[in-house]
Ligand binder design. Structure first.
Ligand code: NDP
Length: 485
């Protein structure tokens, strides 16, 4: 039977959806026409604040399955048995563009997965690149502004884009990945996901490890050339959303094989870089990849706004035996993501079905607030009352795991020319494949050609420190595209 058409109050609207109350047949409208006011005022409020970053995204449900035992590394419940499956929701995104921007933008891709575990939600808020542009979180708003629009012209601005990057050379590793062909993935299915940050996992004996996580695409890596990406931006700006939705609908479920790299505290002390430095990867040779699971996406959301736009991921949403490390960018993300959700969705955002833990939530002091829709714990006391005992689960103790001491002091982490070492290694990796080094130079040149000459010169110098050959190739093509007078 067809549903009865009603206003938001449930009252049937009669005689049809478009009849408005007015004086006579052609006179002015009446303020008493609640149905019209109800409809227009709801329409006026359809938009919630767009995410400042990661605004354009696509999502799908799926599951995580344990394929190999890693209980010697991590005691989390969802990992305790090989074959165990946990429901997931994953959201992919571009970073810098607005909600309507093209999916083919040269930009890192967000790769965030929520696991609805029996110990609460675990959010893996990853990217498709293993490193990032910064390691001092105070730089984040500055950096992001330079990749967005000029405050006066409201245009993307090659001068501020490159001025920031060359002034902050810790960005060079990520910039080199971004301007390689991996900067324009052919779909969300055909790219990897990386934790980027180091995390700290412990087993049930209390032994602990620094961990990096890699989700390697079972579809293989496929990328667009700069020119293909540019064309798609005009002909099908939503191609990645279309690709994901249609493949899942057709039963062609994308999957990723999940690996960890681990380091003990002693190994971390010996490593040639800090494990808390988000601009560095851990060499595969020195810290081998160990398989532990599979992520499969097999169900499209029923409603984009309810499930994808309102999905709220945060690195602070974690489970027992999985902790953040002291990586300063991760530490600041522990604050910033939840803060954004409170701004966009309200203080009760975890009550929205896509964000709601399957465990149930019991914290009787956290009550009320806008949009309380879960019964608000009824008549239960709104504090820890002495006659209402609660249970506290005990997990292995972390007291002796990492001990920090020192004066509270301002610290800006500057590393000098060591910044360029891993970007140089990447350039060597690109040399193993046809055209990859050439494409990196080309992709930078077509972008930096729009910048002023002094900025271009600094970009040539910046990439020359990765490889003199790369710097020269960029300079040659840039000057052909934007000849100096
Ligand atoms: P390896 O030779 O063992 O690994 C190189 C890795 O580079 C590959 O496993 C692959 O990682 C990644 N890679 C391959 N082709 C490309 C490409 N076209 N664009 C970007 N990345 C590519 O050496 P190392 O572990 O010592 O790393 C060398 C360099 O490789 C690093 O400086 C870093 O820039 C890059 N890299 C390293 C990763 C790591 O975790 N060690 C991860 C990704 C890149 P994958 O299998 O993840 O696709």
């Amino acid at each position: 039977m067809a549903p009865t058409f009603t206003n938001s109050n449930g009252c049937p609207i009669t005689p049809d959806a478009f009849a408005t109350q007015r004086v006579g047949k052609h006179g002015p409208l009446l303020l008493q026409d609640f149905n019209l006011i109800d409809s227009l005022s709801h329409f006026d409020r359809e938009r919630i604040p767009e995410r400042v970053v990661h605004a354009k995204g696509s999502g799908a449900y799926g599951y995580f399955e344990v394929t190999d035992d890693i209980t010697d590394v991590c005691g989390a419940g969802f990992l305790d048995t090989v074959g165990k499956k946990t429901k997931t929701f994953t959201r992919f995104s571009t970073v810098g563009g607005e909600a309507g921007s093209p999916d083919s933008a040269r930009d890192p891709r967000g790769f965030a997965t929520k696991l609805y575990t029996e110990e609460g939600n675990l959010d893996l808020v990853y990217n498709n690149t293993p490193v990032f542009f910064i390691r001092d979180p105070s730089k984040f708003p500055h950096f992001i502004h330079t990749q967005k629009r000029n405050p006066q012209t409201h245009l993307k601005d090659a001068n501020m884009f490159w001025d920031y990057l060359v002034s902050n050379p810790e960005s060079v590793h990520q910039v080199s990945i971004l301007f390689s062909d991996r900067g324009t993935p052919a779909s969300y299915r055909e790219m990897n996901g990386y934790s980027g940050h180091t995390y700290k996992w412990s087993n049930k004996k209390g032994e602990w490890f620094y961990v990096q996580v890699h989700f390697i695409s079972d579809q293989g890596i496929k990328n667009l050339t700069n020119e293909e990406a540019g064309k798609l931006a005009g002909s099908n700006p939503d191609f990645a959303q279309e690709d994901l939705f249609k493949n899942i609908k057709a039963g062609n479920f994308p999957s990723w094989t999940c690996y960890i790299q681990t380091m003990t505290q002693e190994q971390a002390k010996q490593a040639p870089f800090s494990v808390f430095d988000l601009t560095k990867v851990w060499s595969h040779k020195d810290y081998p990849m160990r398989r532990f699971g599979k992520l499969v996406l097999n169900e499209n959301p029923k409603n984009y706004f309810a499930e994808v736009e309102q999905a709220a991921f945060a690195p602070s949403h974690t489970v027992p035996y999985m902790e953040p490390s002291a990586d300063p960018v991760l530490q600041s993300r522990l604050f910033s993501y939840n803060d954004t959700h409170r701004h966009r969705l309200g203080v009760n955002y975890t009550q929205i079905p896509v964000n709601c833990p399957i465990t149930g939530v019991f914290n009787p002091h956290m009550r009320d607030g806008a949009m309380t829709v879960n019964g608000n714990l009824g008549s239960h006391p709104n504090y820890l009352a002495s006659d209402q005992p609660v249970e506290f689960k005990q997990f292995s103790l972390q007291e002796d795991q990492e001990v920090w001491e020192g004066a509270a002091c301002p610290f800006h982490w500057v590393a000098g020319d060591a910044e360029f070492e891993q970007a140089s290694k990447l350039y060597e990796v690109l040399g193993r494949y046809p055209n990859q080094q050439r494409n990196l130079a080309h992709n930078v040149a077509v972008h930096v050609a729009a910048a002023d000459a002094p900025i271009q010169d600094r970009v040539f110098e910046y990439f020359s420190k990765v490889s003199p050959k790369l710097g020269q190739a960029i300079q040659k093509e840039t000057l052909e595209l934007s000849p100096r007078k």
